[in-house]
Design a protein. Structure first.
Lengths: 372, 442
């Protein structure tokens, strides 16, 4: 007998929750190109999105999304590394044009085609450097099915409020493994409010009036001319090279994402804990299990599940400072999050529980917490 | 009358063909009475890409070669009376050829104007896919010039079923305006290829008279077997963005737990079969039956690269409590139906202990296909005694027997899970009934 009696439970995969959440949050168009392990998201999207487009490749996918977004429609796609690689230039374009969209990245084992059907968490460093010039792109990672429900809508909200592409990061086992899930836990999702410029004065597409993101106005509208460009530009959207006004606009993009991306995370701190386990995405399950086991053995340990991965929230450093040992659990060979947080040479107090080709095991994490 | 299309003189080189292309577009729009707010101009990379600020229309300036795809996205998001015009050069058309073919194939309502000056002008005069054989560029010097044949862009697009394509020279001004006007009036995909001179890379042409420039462009067209003039395809519907409300993906998924399970700790089960054996479906019934019994469950399926081929293994964890980590190091129960799964589950078979149970197809066991070192209690499943049931039922039959023997949860819950999938329910339920007595302990 289950401990908690629920009224409505089911068995499903994370892809289903992600797609349903996107549509409830107001995403209107899904642009798809097949790739394992993102195919479930494409399949569900074709059953659920008001509009579905079957693109001939991933470059086209992103270009169509940019065009749709410029007209005021909210687009979503899902891909894996090989598709993301083709999208990179166009994501830079959308970032520069300031076009809202959501890209769900379902990670699989690389490099290159790697193993399409094996999960991984190997793309964080790539996302960290995706925008030329090192500008941050918001990246949120789902750590359980609750997140598969909550985070897509938050990511879409962020995309609209910051006028930016946003990446929702997940991996094969989250997108494809079936799990029981209590439907009663699903919260209401309010549709994203996309507010358009209503002023009478001439519209300046990149003028912010002191805010972080400029007000949006769909291209092709009847009232005001809209100029969008991927090149360095001023507030009018006029191409200028290294002009000071244009550079100031480019600097704003850094500030917009740095200060405008909320810190989403889960922190479970224990009295007397000397170690903290840090994880994200699929490995968060192993991290939770490790924490439960350690505590059952009488060893206090804290747990930080990061959901906002990029830009790195400053609060993570405040939290981590409190611990003598930091165990970072992620499914890659380098400790990519660890590198982003602490650099190439990790301080002695930072330990990795990591690897490729299989899920990080809770016992790996426990060993790093308890080992000398 | 519409307002002026050009509000500033663009800064092209003297006598550049772009002046004619941009000016003729403005004249065509004016002749049609199209207002600037009803036009979105998409510019590709190249000298013409800098005209945005000279235009009174909406403008969007993107990446090299991608402007047609960007234009498709815009055209799909805009009402049909809005005009999407893409300006792209021969270099852009080369790198983004797929986007042009795709837009034509789909008959997207847009006008693409290709300014073909037969080389990359902005970057130094390199040859493109539309550089004629024999044409001299900085990187394909005289006397041979380019050694490759160029694409016949209009021919390709016509083959891709473009509603309207038209090749014209920039020096034939009346014809150019007529071509662009016809393109803008076309319902569907229209492309005008304008043969131009890059006066920056061909300085000699600046001194020549219009008639001579025109004659030389026509000569290059002739040598490249580029037919001048229009080509039509029969009318067909435009590509448009269909919109419809669709039901929730969570509709009809709810299972109301009403059975009981005596399970007090997590239990891991591996079901090994082969592709086409409905292994994943059988495991899904087991998972849903578990949920109907108040349990938590994870089900991780093998996923061959080519769907419907290769191995088929499902890993199921059942637990009275929340399950976090979904990997299985050592199963409590393994079911082996076909030999194809053995390489994939070998290590886990070897980890089984005396407390665990192996259910194995009797035929495999008798043929000695399983490692002899397996320590688990072994139960044979003799499907030969149930010969009325095809292999695709063996998964549910085996699981029904496991439930009868192990009492993970009530067999009735499994039957209810099977019943929920109505299309297959009668046959599966018959198989479950017939499975009783299938298992024989070794």
């Amino acid at each position: 007998m289950g401990k908690k009696q629920t009224k409505q439970r089911t068995v499903l995969d994370g892809s289903r929750l992600i797609v349903e959440s996107c549509v409830r949050a107001g995403a209107e168009v899904y642009v798809g190109y097949p790739i394992t392990p993102a195919n479930y998201i494409y399949q569900y999207s074709s059953q659920r999105f008001p509009s579905i487009l079957h693109a001939p490749d991933e470059i086209t996918t992103l270009q169509w999304m940019a065009g749709l977004s410029a007209t005021g429609l909210l687009p979503v796609t899902a891909t894996a590394f090989p598709g993301l690689a083709l999208m990179v230039e166009s994501i830079n374009m959308a970032f520069m044009m300031e076009l809202p969209m959501l890209i769900v990245l379902v990670q699989r084992l690389g490099p290159s085609t790697g193993s399409a059907t094996v999960g991984a968490q190997g793309d964080l460093l790539l996302l960290r450097g995706l925008i030329s010039g090192g500008y941050p792109l918001p990246v949120l990672a789902v750590s359980d099915f609750g997140d598969c429900w909550e985070l897509p809508s938050l990511a879409l909200r962020l995309a609209v409020s910051l006028r930016s592409p946003v990446v929702l990061l997940t991996s094969k086992e989250m997108a494809m493994t079936q799990r029981s899930f209590d439907l009663d836990l699903l919260t209401e999702i309010e549709p994203v409010q996309w507010r358009f410029y209503t002023g009478q004065e001439r519209y300046r597409p990149y003028a912010t009036d002191g805010g972080l993101a400029p007000p949006f106005l769909p291209i092709g509208n009847d009232r005001h001319q809209v100029r969008l460009t991927a090149s360095t530009h001023n507030a009018e959207g006029e191409l200028l090279s290294a002009d000071e006004e244009a550079l100031e606009n480019t600097r704003r993009l850094q500030k917009k994402i740095e200060t405008g991306t909320p810190a989403y995370y889960e922190l479970d701190e224990q009295e007397g804990a000397e170690a903290v386990i840090v994880s994200y995405g699929i490995t968060a399950y192993a991290a939770r299990e490790a924490a439960v086991k350690l505590r059952a053995q009488g060893m206090p340990v804290s747990l930080l599940i990061a959901k906002t991965l990029l830009p790195v929230p400053a609060v993570y450093y405040d939290i981590l400072e409190r611990y003598r040992r930091i165990v970072i659990a992620e499914e890659n060979l380098q400790g990519q999050m660890a590198q982003i947080l602490f650099g190439y040479r990790l301080p002695d107090r930072v330990r990795l529980a990591h690897g490729i080709g299989r899920l990080v095991h809770p016992d790996q994490i426990i060993r790093e917490v308890t080992g000398s | 009358m519409s307002s002026s299309f050009l509000i500033k003189k663009p800064g092209f080189c003297a006598r550049c063909g772009h002046y004619a292309t941009v000016g003729s577009t403005g004249r065509a729009l004016k002749a049609l009475g199209v207002e600037p707010h009803d036009v979105v101009v998409v510019t590709d990379i190249g000298c013409l890409g800098i005209i945005d600020k000279s235009l009174s229309t909406h403008t969007i300036h993107g990446l090299h070669g991608r402007s047609v795809a960007l234009g498709v996205g815009l055209a799909m998001g805009l009402p049909p009376h809005k005009k999407v015009i893409v300006f792209i050069g021969d270099g852009g058309a080369t790198i983004g050829l797929q986007h042009l073919l795709e837009a034509a194939r789909r008959n997207v309502n847009m006008t693409v104007i290709v300014y073909n000056n037969m080389l990359y002008g902005m970057t130094g005069g390199q040859p493109s896919g539309l550089t004629p054989r024999g044409f001299v560029t900085r990187l394909t010097p005289a006397p041979e010039g380019s050694k490759q044949e160029p694409y016949d862009l209009c021919g390709l697009l016509h083959q891709a079923r473009a509603a309207y394509v038209h090749r014209v020279t920039s020096e034939d001004k009346g014809e150019l305006v007529r071509a662009i006007k016809a393109a803008l009036e076309t319902e569907g995909f229209a492309l005008v290829e304008v043969l131009e001179w890059c006066t920056g890379r061909n300085p000699g042409v600046r001194e020549k008279k219009t008639a001579q420039l025109n004659a030389e462009l026509k000569e290059w067209a002739d040598r490249s077997r580029w037919a001048l003039g229009p080509q039509h395809n029969p009318p067909r519907p435009n590509f448009s963005l269909d919109r419809s409300d669709k039901p929730s993906l969570l509709e009809g998924l709810a299972l109301r737990p009403r059975f009981r399970s005596s399970l007090t700790r997590p239990l891991a089960l591996v079901l090994g079969g082969r592709a086409g054996g409905r292994i994943r479906s059988a495991a899904a019934y087991l998972s849903r039956g578990a949920v109907l019994s108040g349990l938590q469950v994870t089900q991780r399926n093998s996923y061959p690269v080519t769907v419907e081929s290769g191995h088929s293994v499902s890993e199921v964890i059942l637990s009275p409590d929340e399950i976090f980590y979904m990997g299985i190091d050592k199963p409590d129960i393994v079911i082996v139906l076909f030999k194809e799964c053995l390489p994939h589950i070998h290590s886990r078979l070897m980890r089984l202990t005396e407390q665990d149970t192996l259910y194995v197809n009797a035929a495999l066991w008798e043929n000695g296909l399983l490692p002899t070192e397996i320590r688990a209690r072994t139960v044979l499943l003799d499907f030969r005694r149930k010969s009325g049931f095809a292999e695709r039922y063996w998964g549910v039959m085996a699981l029904a027997e496991v439930l009868r023997h192990s009492q993970l949860y009530d067999l009735e819950a499994f039957k209810e899970a099977v019943s929920l999938r109505k299309r297959f329910a009668p046959e599966n339920l018959a198989a479950i009934e017939a499975s009783e007595g299938l298992a024989v302990a070794v």
